[in-house]
Design a protein around this ligand. Sequence first.
Ligand code: DGJ
Length: 779
Amino acid sequence: MIYDPYPYFKLETKDLHYIFRVLPTGQLEHLYFGKKLIDQNFEVLHQKITAGAGSQIEYERNGHKTLLDLTPLEYSGIGKGDFRLSPIEIKMPDGTYVSDFIYHHHEIQQGVIESKSLPVAKPHEDVTSLIITMIDEICHVEMDLIYTSFVDSNTITRRVVLRNIDTRPLIIKKMMSMMLDLDSKDYDLYTFDGGWIKEAHKHKRSLSYGTYIIESTTGASSNRHNPGIILAKHDTKEDQGVCIGINLVYSGNHYEAVHISNHDMLRVMNGINPHCFEWELKENEVFETPEAVLSYTDQGFNQLSKHFHDFVNQHITPRQFSHVARPVVLNSWEAFYFNFNQSKLIKLAKQAIELGVELFVLDDGWFGHRDDDTSSLGDYTINKRKLPFGLSHLSKRIHNMGLKFGLWFEPEMINPKSELYKNHPEYAVSIPGRTPSLGRNQLVLDLCQSDVVSYIKKQLKSIIDTVEIDYIKWDMNRHITDMYSRSLRHQGMFFHQYILNLYDILLDIQRSYPHVLIETCSSGGNRFDLGMLSFGAQVWTSDDTDPIERLKIQEGLSYLYPLSTISAHVSLAPHAQTLRDTPLSTRFNVASFGVLGYELNFDYLSPAEKGEIKKQIAFYKAHRDVFQYGQFKRHEKEDDHHITWQVKHDQTCIVAQYQTLANASPAFEKLEVKDIDMDQLYRVENVNQRLPLKRFGHLISHALPIKLNTNGFIMRQIGKYKMLDNAKIDEVASGRILHQGLKLKQQFMGTYYNDQTRIIGDFGSMMYVIKPVSGGDVS
Ligand code: DGJ
């Protein structure tokens, strides 16, 4: 909803108001962003400037005056008295950097305003958009500030469109998607940062005077810093306190800046990174920024996450996959890496279907001469040595088994050792006269060239048209360097044009094959952002599948993205990246909070472990709507080694408790459940996860009637088939008791053990299912 009792504008969502006004001088004053107000008189929200400080610049227009530097604004320019960090830097048609955009007119429209070049949130419910057209009267440049309010998800999107109507060109050096001025500096900044195999770790930063910048310069949204950030009042916790979340529908170099002025006002902005950016606009040309997404709550981070989760599920995910159950995957990568052939794949697929897997994904290595990562990217001809009967034949066999078939591509890349490079070296990104740097032995295809775009589309289509494919894993495994394209009029366009053309390819594939589920990936979560999610409904979260590492990665992402987007696989232990040996149950208990898959060779598992996996998959399928579309909540951490997650859908709640380090003689513990009907009776059961004998090592010998070497042949054989039951929890309690915390059976504490003792240990975990007593059996 949008109301415009001029000069005021009020955007409304289910719980929020966003209010601003046109100042008598023509700029837009930001007045309010927060919970709905009952006030009708918005004058009370005006900045009450009664005496300008000594060094302030007085802005004057049409007989009205203001001090821009002291006014919270919706968007600012340069060179007219606002000396805080500016959202724009434009070399205007008159050759100066001075821009002075003032209100010209506005329009309110039902629905979203489509973008010509970039993905934007899609309407699902009743949404309304507001376009405020601002104009620089001297230079004849128009700027549309576009706002859309998404009622149900309590989010507001903003973006900017710039039109040059001057006969002389202008050059954009910086143009943010939005800017927001807050009247307090008492916020902490939360960011989600990392690198390969340690993506999206949450960091809290104190803010002080000056500017704090989060950005990516790698050509992708990057694993260094996610574009999503949160500003939270100092006392904000998971379920209480004020926080504002900001994200960007963009997959390239992004920039988020928080500036605190000398008058304690906080300015935040986000958009395309000005780093190496330069965009010329000739007469009548238009530039569109990506869309920024904003939300607010006074009920803590979990509530903010709910807004973002609802927003992504309803407005970002491709329509045909919105709220659609995601299949359980078996991915061939960690099972075989490059070393496979048809019979190995068929054997793996047979085991997978036997255990309940629904989608078989053939990862890297099926084309050209690709036996390692040194060759063949760019040549999507089937490797006949590995697949003598071809891909179509393999896909048919997989489908005949009752599985869906998915295929890996890395469409944006080229190996110097490839047919494509031999024939078209000019397709690779490189600067004439300089040797380009390699990353993972590969170069980047120059997506700025239209020939390259056509080549990629043709290559992909030649495979998808001939092979029955239900899913694509769209990978991208290097950062961009040596950026130069012969087809650009300014090299400052490179990074953004690359992303525009990437979106063009993705859109074409999505429109041509709407039934194909796309999972995007970039060495794991190097491009986990709302732009990629507009085309691919889920993202390969990280190459790190160690559940203890995933607790940090998935938890970080959960602040901004719903579980339906977080692809999470169970792999072997000890883990390939950390050498950490974790229980199979914990690997599942973490991976199930997302889109579940397995990525391992079943031959390395014992019959008992395979039995466990079969039960895990059956359990996940029975609760898939809870795990993929339930409301996820993080519990406040009491210490660094105990983490609790819960997810709730309809009346079913699943709570998982993870213990990354066991305490000797631990305290009694409770199972707390949030967001539950106090006066309802619930049945609480733990998911039966059995314990391998080796978990007890030599201690098992104390429990045996005869003395056996616990590392010997006989024990190893027994261990393949036999596992021990963990303590069973099966109790009925009211929501009130669960809210306060249900007392749990003791954990193993060193001196005594019986079948009622919960065995958790280092890296252990337990998952509990809570259903109303009338809800039936949970086993
Ligand atoms: C990086 C991805 O993150 C992995 O899952 C796998 O697909 C490899 N690329 C294949 O090269």
